[in-house]
Design a protein around this ligand. Structure first.
Ligand code: ZN
Length: 199
């Protein structure tokens, strides 16, 4: 039975499609939005649209940014010869929060997952190889997640890159198995980085 008017039901339906938002949360958000001053609703809608429209990949590391080249890649204070490979921009943010990594990143936007039909063409792997050929890279730190796709990706990259003579390391398994990097506290992340193993 449709207790609500179509407009409210549509809003609840749309909100419940967002990750982590169940039916109840969607209802709560929908009623909250309807109670908000019109001006605030317009601001929220505008911000969503503008972010979606203007956020793109950094031309160098492929993180999400609204600039051609992101601030990390632009920075002269970062060590551009050390690249940390992560699965997504949230992982990059997790390492940035530790404030202790002064290299640069490469964001793959996923991991190899043959079971889900995700191959090398589906992540930013070719782009990484181009960087390794054109930039002066000394070390590649592979910080993909420690679940099956993350490990498979680490192994794949390591096999591909090692013959080139670039040092390849993998963050230590202080990161719990199946752990997603962004959920792990900073101390654990640092320990994983410092205890990285050379492959
Ligand atoms: Zn960048």
């Amino acid at each position: 039975m449709n207790y609500y008017s179509t407009e409210i039901s549509n809003l609840i339906e749309q909100l419940s499609r967002l990750p982590g938002i169940g039916g109840k949360s969607a209802q709560r958000l929908a009623f909250h939005i309807i109670d908000m001053p019109m001006e605030q609703v317009e601001q929220l809608a505008g911000t969503i649209q503008s972010a979606r429209k203007n956020v793109k990949y950094c031309k160098s590391c492929y993180t999400l940014t609204d600039k051609e080249i992101c601030p990390i890649c632009m920075s002269a204070n970062r060590d551009h010869s050390t690249i940390m490979v992560v699965e997504d921009t949230r992982d990059l943010a997790a390492y940035e929060r530790t404030g202790r990594f002064d290299g640069v990143y490469h964001v793959l936007h996923g991991a190899l997952d043959p079971a889900m039909g995700k191959g090398p063409e589906d992540i930013k792997l070719k782009e990484l190889l181009v960087r390794l050929q054109t930039e002066n890279v000394e070390e590649l730190i592979i910080a993909t997640n420690s679940d099956v796709p993350g490990e498979a990706t680490a192994m794949y990259i390591s096999k591909l890159v090692k013959p080139s003579g670039i040092k390849v390391s993998r963050i230590a398994s202080g990161v719990p198995i199946g752990g997603e990097l962004e959920c792990i506290d900073e101390v654990t992340l640092l320990r994983a980085l410092e205890g990285r193993v050379y492959l």
